[in-house]
Design a protein around this ligand. Structure first.
Ligand SMILES: [Zn+2]
Length: 329
């Protein structure tokens, strides 16, 4: 019989999907006119992903949904709640935990107050730890794997009510953008990320992240950090998809040996790159811009020394080295 220190641990398998952006509207092109968006079919692709996760071996234990679950265009049609019910139904049919993060399209559709009370606020789950009134959280997926979910709109103009310190600070940050339309990054070079559809982490959330990673290091937990917005330039096709204070976030996660990967969406093409500390940054491509018949989701399985992600459709396969190898059942 194994001693407590060498007892094998359960190895989780989990699904990853992002930028479904469902809306019951006709297809159209993105703002640059370069990519087709399949608003209705994104729901079919979500259902196909759920069917895969229901039947795959090993079965998934949970799913990470990395934000923009419905499109902002629902708002003007007064269809936000109907669209949300449409995407939550197939996810609920899986009968597994689904962990969400806040994207810009959640902020277009719903107030912060609504989001915090809704099923999209995974911080409120009993197994998640966070800070009261905030949407960031962490949970142990297994005794050797911790997920840390960031709220990249904690500091933003679209995700915070007016006349709050977070909103006022976000407005000051956006003064760097000289364009009349603050969603436009024209002429901004490497500062293209200072647009209204992005956001960042408050100093309070950065301090919380530091504390969570300190404890994870001392407990020898492997950590995957997730958030809607990429935080590493090489893992973005366009720098306008970068988190406002990505350098501050990188500085925190790079100084903790527990972190193996950062997973995001938001940049619809998807990209991946390892940073100077060997943390793998994976930006998953958008379901919304995936052709009918294909798909864009991943299924991750933990092994004793790594996590293998099997990609479907536009998502590649990845192997993530764990910082603290462990014994797995
Ligand atoms: Zn987004």
């Amino acid at each position: 019989m194994s001693s407590p220190s060498t007892k094998p641990l359960p190895a989780p398998t989990f699904g990853i999907i992002t930028d479904i952006q469902y809306a019951d509207i006709d297809d159209s092109y993105n703002f640059q006119g370069t990519r087709q968006r399949y608003y209705r079919n994104s729901l079919n692709l979500l259902k196909n992903a759920v069917n895969y996760w229901r039947d795959c071996q090993p079965k998934v234990d949970f799913v990470l949904q990395l934000g923009d679950i419905i499109d902002g265009k629902n708002k003007k049609d007064d269809a936000s709640r109907t669209a949300l019910m449409a995407v939550m139904a197939p996810l609920a049919s899986l009968r597994k935990s689904v962990y969400h993060v806040i994207g810009n399209h959640e902020c277009y559709n719903f107030s912060q107050d609504f989001l915090l009370k809704s099923a999209l606020n995974s911080a409120a789950r009993v197994n998640c730890k966070g800070v009261a009134g905030k949407a960031f959280y962490t949970f142990l997926a297994s005794p050797a794997l911790r997920i840390v979910a960031l709220d990249c709109y904690d500091l933003s103009v679209i995700g915070t009510p007016e006349n709050t310190p977070e909103h006022d600070e976000a407005k000051r940050i956006l003064e760097r953008n000289p364009n009349a339309d603050k969603n436009q990054p024209h002429g901004m070079g490497t500062d293209r990320r200072f647009v209204e559809f992005n956001g960042g982490l408050t100093s309070g959330q950065l301090e919380w992240l530091e504390q969570v990673l300190l404890e994870a290091d001392s407990n020898r937990e492997n950590v995957i950090v997730i958030g809607h917005i990429p935080i590493f330039p090489e893992a973005c096709v366009d720098y306008s998809s970068l988190c406002w204070n990505y350098e501050d976030i990188l500085r925190v996660i790079d100084r903790h040996s527990c972190v193996s990967a950062y997973m995001a969406g938001h940049d619809h093409d998807g990209a991946s790159a390892a940073d100077s500390e060997g943390i793998l940054h994976i930006t998953f491509p958008a379901v919304l811009e995936t052709e009918p018949g294909s798909n864009a989701f991943g299924t991750a399985t933990m092994y004793c020394d790594r996590i293998e992600i099997v990609g479907q459709g536009r998502v590649q396969n990845y192997s993530i080295k764990l910082r603290y190898p462990t014994l797995i059942l």
